[in-house]
Design a protein around this ligand. Structure first.
Ligand code: GDP
Ligand code: IMO
Ligand code: MG
Length: 453
């Protein structure tokens, strides 16, 4: 009855001779997820895989994400659009778990069109179950940040893209979805006005020109209509039709996950593997490879504990050499040593089949490189990642120190091109996480990715 590790016979009819419906498992999706606090280089990894993909999906988050892709020397940044939109042969899908700010979506598409992105509207599918982010959600995001600052002396440092308020509307069942916008507009308008009123009763300073917003939304609705599908059925057909390469592009990252991240300094969606199922409406058995993306050091944007942070010359060097500036907000990213405690924690949740280690080249000039391998509390190693932020603030990090390779790695294209000291650094990481490293990034562009197997 119980399926153990051996799944070989799972789809065979029972041995009774009686014919049973065959459970056609279908195609598998490949999932790319951030293993730290975001900005690991997911966009670049997705772009690499998307050159062969039939469908590239976003399943959670909104335009708080900022994914950079560099192709032929041209830099694109994507926020709501899956990075696969660059590939003219693949379809991009925005799943039900994503929250969509329509002005942001079209602005992003139009901006990239000016850079040379062609035909994106024809290649984009949007789930009718996805929730909408309205302008007032973004204003409320800012008001909540001000309130947090006033009440607690600190805020979260959100992207102010309305992500938290939109997911709150979804959870409180007053949110509005794409299918509502495309349905009876009179009904949509009434519910929109009720939602505005609800927020105005919470935030009396909130002003909104409701009629003007509705007029704009009506226009967006018509531009969006041709792209909208029943996302569940679309994915079902994609999984059970002819063989297809389907990619899921995670946004944000494990340590920003609403359940598993450094709460409350997190985003409002599940950025771990479960989000791929709930955000697209696909069964767990259709999840194939899960690739974790981790930088060769650690960065964080916004507020919250960061045990390996280097508030010194090392942190500054990583920030400047790594151009560590937020793609969405333009804020400087906080920088520190690679923290393997968090990457292992991300692996516990996601079950990575392989890792992409990015930005190794940024470490090229360092004399020595440290890696956080364990946390200690009161002098004793702890085996888990602390849930409580006060505890996380207090942990002492145990480091392994490696000699720097002091060699430019940016031209390396295969394993043997890397200096032995860099190879040792990579092997150590791989063994410590217990997951093979499949790619090593040594530069921004597509070709600057060493494939290990
Ligand atoms: P994402 O949010 O995970 O997609 O990552 P971001 O795009 O926000 O940030 C990653 C940044 O690092 C981008 O500017 C990328 O172009 C850049 N990048 C990615 N991989 C590498 C790499 O291996 N080396 C260097 N130097 N830059 C990289
Ligand atoms: P990508 O996909 C880095 C952070 C914000 C803030 C917190 C909550 O580019 O890796 P939100 O606006 O989501 O309510 O902000 O989460 N954050 C990110 N940091 N990369 C991201 O996405 C992020 N998405 C959210 O800085 O601390
Ligand atoms: Mg980013």
């Amino acid at each position: 009855i119980w399926s153990g590790k051996d799944q070989k016979n799972a789809n065979q009819p029972a041995a009774t001779g009686q014919k049973r419906p065959r459970n056609d498992a279908g195609n598998k999706v490949t999932v790319v997820l951030g293993a730290q606090w975001g900005d690991e280089g997911k966009g670049k990894v997705v772009d690499l895989l998307a050159t062969e993909a039939d469908i590239v999906c976003r399943c959670q988050g909104g335009n708080n994400a900022g994914h950079t892709v560099v192709v032929d020397g041209k830099e694109y940044d994507f926020h709501l659009l899956p990075s696969g939109i660059i590939n003219p042969k693949s379809i991009s899908l925005i799943g039900n778990g994503v929250v969509i700010h329509l002005p942001g979506l079209f602005e992003e598409g139009d901006k990239n069109e000016k850079k040379g992105l062609k035909g994106w509207e024809k290649r984009l599918i949007v789930s009718d179950r996805a929730h909408l982010v309205f302008d007032f959600h973004q204003v409320v995001d800012g008001l909540q940040e001000t309130e947090r600052q006033a009440q607690e002396g600190k805020n979260i440092g959100t992207t102010k893209k309305g992500i938290g308020p939109a997911y709150s509307s979804k959870a409180s069942r007053t949110g509005l979805r794409v299918c509502d916008l495309l349905g009876d507009f009179k009904d949509f308008s009434t519910r929109f006005k009720n939602l505005v009123q609800q927020y105005q009763s919470m935030y009396p300073s909130l002003t909104a020109d409701v009629e003007d917003q509705l007029k704009k939304l009506k226009e967006f609705a018509e531009r969006l209509r041709p792209m909208v599908r029943d996302g569940v059925y679309y994915m079902y057909e994609a999984l059970h039709g002819p063989p297809k390469k389907i990619l899921v592009e995670g946004a944000n990252a494990a340590l920003l996950d609403i359940d598993f991240g450094t709460y409350p300094f997190v985003t409002s969606s599940n950025c771990t593997v479960g989000g791929a199922c709930t955000g697209l409406g696909i069964p767990p058995m259709n999840i194939g490879d899960v690739f974790g993306v981790a930088k060769a050091y650690t960065t964080r944007v916004g507020i919250g504990a960061f045990p390996t942070e280097q508030l010194n010359a090392i942190g500054e060097l990583l920030q400047t050499r790594g151009h560590e500036v937020g793609v969405t907000t333009g804020r400087k990213r906080r920088c520190g040593w690679l923290d393997l405690v968090i990457v292992r924690y991300a692996h516990m949740i996601n079950g990575f089949t392989a890792i992409a280690l990015t930005k190794l080249d940024i470490l090229d000039v360092l004399d020595e490189i440290k890696v956080g391998v364990a946390y200690k509390l009161n002098g004793k190693r702890i085996p888990h990642f602390p849930a409580n932020m006060d505890v996380l603030q207090k942990v002492e990090v145990e480091y392994e120190t490696f000699p720097g390779w002091k060699t430019d790695t940016s031209a390396a294209r295969k394993w043997n091109d890397l200096p032995v000291k860099a190879q040792n650094y990579i092997r150590f990481i791989e063994n410590h996480i217990g997951v093979p490293i499949k790619w090593v990034g040594v530069g921004k562009s597509r070709e600057c990715m060493i494939q290990m197997f």
